[in-house]
Design a protein around this ligand. Structure first.
Ligand SMILES: C[S@@+](CC[C@H](N)C(=O)[O-])C[C@H]1O[C@@H](n2cnc3c(N)ncnc32)[C@H](O)[C@@H]1O
Length: 259
């Protein structure tokens, strides 16, 4: 590396002498670009490696929910991927923080994780006495892993054992109409698809008798939720982080419903 640097500096000095500053810079540009790219790749690689390690949640429960997964490697078509984000699990402390904001009788609610991935959120939600928990996941491979995790998870705190896993596009899911809803989104897809999902949720609670709560981690622009016309903001991260956006959250609920 040092030897490489010596050669580069010597060549640069020679070039400056013979060709001048402008020409040297023009010649050096592709070289510098490739180095910046390599540096970027290696830092991204380091971050991914760190995320791929079993984290504290998996070490504790023997599950497999950690890691970042590229949907390209998970048998998801290019068209579907164009609307979707890759797999990355929510941090448990963020989930518990958000869910503790809701003063509800969990038994009256069905919890839905839109884009449930390896199922971590379904497991964390099962520590609360929800009537039922539903996860919908686009990738069949992640759906399968989630099934294994649900079978493995054992916790003294678990209060709900009715966990239903669905594989398919969240945009096609008809939310249940027999209970209030808690709908969880950890930035699973783009705003266009989110708009379609919100329309289905709105239709499911139409008539104002049932509530729908939206828990949004790394939330979209407020206008996207406001466009649905039926939700009001309940709570949000006090000081949203610009870089660590997965720590930011917002909670909405259907206007005019009590709870
Ligand atoms: C950021 S991960 C969140 C995983 C999990 N909900 C959590 O919080 O730990 C987003 C997930 O959404 C899934 N996803 C993306 N588009 C989807 C779609 N159209 N329908 C269902 N799932 C989708 C991805 O495969 C991925 O598993």
């Amino acid at each position: 590396m040092i030897a490489d640097l010596d050669i580069v500096l010597r060549d640069a000095r020679n070039s400056l002498r013979q060709k001048g500053v402008l020409k040297t810079l023009r010649l050096a540009l592709p070289y510098l670009r490739s180095h910046v790219d390599r540096l970027r790749e290696s830092t991204r690689g380091a971050r991914w490696t760190k995320m791929d390690r079993k984290d504290a949640f998996d070490s504790r429960y023997g599950t497999e929910t950690s890691g970042l997964v590229d949907l390209e490697d998970m048998g998801v078509s290019e068209e579907a991927r164009s609307h979707s984000s890759d797999y990355k699990p929510t941090l448990p402390r963020v989930f518990h923080r958000v869910i503790s904001e809701m003063r509800i009788r969990h038994e009256d609610f069905v919890f839905i994780d839109y884009g449930s991935g390896k199922g971590r959120i379904l497991l964390l939600a099962s520590d609360y006495p929800f009537r039922r928990i539903v996860g919908v996941e686009l990738s069949p491979a992640l759906h399968e892993i989630a099934g294994r995790n649900v079978a493995i998870y054992r916790s003294r705190r678990q209060r709900c054992r009715e966990i239903e896993l669905k594989v398919g596009d969240a945009g096609e899911l008809e939310p249940p109409r027999d209970a209030h809803l808690v709908c969880y989104f950890y930035y699973p897809f783009d705003e266009e698809l989110l708009g379609r999902v919100l329309a289905k949720i709105s239709a499911a609670v139409e008539g104002g008798k049932r509530q729908a709560w939206l828990l949004l981690i790394n939330p979209p622009k407020p206008e996207v939720i406001e466009a649905a016309g039926i939700f009001e903001l309940v709570a949000a991260t006090r000081r949203p982080a610009r870089v660590d956006r997965w720590l930011n959250w917002r909670i909405y609920k259907t206007k005019g419903t009590t709870g």
